[in-house]
Design a protein around this ligand. Structure first.
Ligand SMILES: [Zn+2]
Ligand SMILES: [Zn+2]
Length: 346
């Protein structure tokens, strides 16, 4: 089969690899139908993720059809259409029992990291019973590719951790796919304002179409002054960091209102300053989280009911044969205007 393989920092290629086989009775082999590329894959290619070793097939998102199941897997059979969660969970360890699948002692984020991932024709999924979701007939499978990672990430790490409430003010720093996923899912709660902040005019225009009430280009305007102006000088109740660099995390600290929450989603590679000299008396909370994907079944229902349309995030389509062009397009997002690139694997 064809697979996109990481060969060390800056090195990747589309290689021929054997079709994976079951290695445990709890495994399933899935024939991948659609997959995509995540910002995290670019982090791996930069060499930021040491757990991902050369030789690894990348990718942790996708939908497909069950090809084979181990004898301990119940409730799934060959031919079932499934959504692949970016988080593998055994469903039985202490963390899984607490709904913290991201820290599963034999799972977590392993796909396309510690084990081979979804940017291939087939993928082996450990703990298949709790890591795959059967797709009900009639659901748009392309939309569901957005539910492997980015929608639950924006929702759980941003909206839920940020305690978005009816009537509150939300500021989202970063209008990439994850920031936009937070923007889409924040609207479940009817906040009074959702302010998007990003230096890319195209992404802000998309954010405006997706329901942002105000968009601030922080390459040209002072985001702090603008947010204070929009919030009667108090700041935002919920500030979501969806970039993952020190300046944006520090900006969040300047935007948060007394009693508010900074919900970090960004993957940070270097340390950031925490301005406790300014924040110590402001009753704020700062949260961090790796997505648990506990909200996936709920998000599937909202997609089925037409409450959200994640296909709006898909800007480009490629065949698996052209995945190197897909990477090229996705990594030059400011010139190609790429959000999510959809890859057809079969
Ligand atoms: Zn991802
Ligand atoms: Zn577990």
């Amino acid at each position: 089969m064809k697979a996109l393989v990481y060969h060390g920092p800056g090195e990747k290629s589309l290689d021929e690899r054997p079709i994976p086989e079951l290695t445990a009775p709890t495994d399933a082999i899935v024939k991948v139908a659609r997959t995509t590329i995540c910002g995290t894959d670019l982090h791996i290619l930069k060499g930021d993720v040491p757990t991902c070793e050369p030789g690894r097939i990348l990718g942790h998102e996708g939908v497909g059809v069950v090809h084979q199941v181990g004898e301990a897997v119940s409730g799934l059979a060959a031919g079932d259409h499934v959504l692949i969660s970016c988080i593998t969970s055994c469903g039985r360890c202490d963390y899984c029992r607490r709904g913290m699948y991201s820290h599963c002692t034999t799972g977590g984020w392993i796909l396309g990291n510690r084990i081979d991932g979804t940017q291939a024709e087939y993928v082996r999924i450990p703990h298949a019973q709790s890591s795959l979701y059967r797709i009900p007939a009639g659901l748009d499978e392309e939309a569901l590719v957005m539910l492997s990672d980015i929608l639950p990430t924006g929702f759980e790490c941003g909206v839920l951790n940020g305690k978005v409430q009816p009537g509150c003010t939300v500021a989202i720093v970063g209008a990439g796919p994850i920031g936009l996923a937070a923007l889409l899912t924040a609207q479940f709660y009817s906040p009074a304002q959702i302010i998007m902040i990003d230096p890319d005019a195209n992404r802000l225009e998309v954010a405006h179409r997706f329901g942002a009430t105000a968009c601030i280009d922080n390459a040209r305007a002072d985001a702090v002054a603008q947010v204070l102006k929009l919030t009667e000088s108090v700041g935002a109740d919920c500030v979501i960091e969806a970039v993952g660099i020190a300046p944006t995390f520090e900006l969040c600290q300047q935007l948060v209102a007394p009693g508010g929450t900074i919900a970090n989603i960004g993957v940070h590679g270097v340390k950031c300053d925490l301005h406790l000299e300014k924040l110590w008396d402001r009753n704020i909370a700062i949260t961090t989280r790796l997505v648990d994907t506990v909200s996936t079944p709920m998000l599937m229902k909202t997609v089925k009911a037409g409450r959200i349309d994640p296909t709006r995030l898909i800007t480009h389509r490629f065949r698996l044969d052209d995945i190197l062009s897909a990477y090229e397009t996705f990594s030059r997002a400011s010139s190609t205007r790429a959000l999510k690139v959809l890859i057809e694997a079969s």
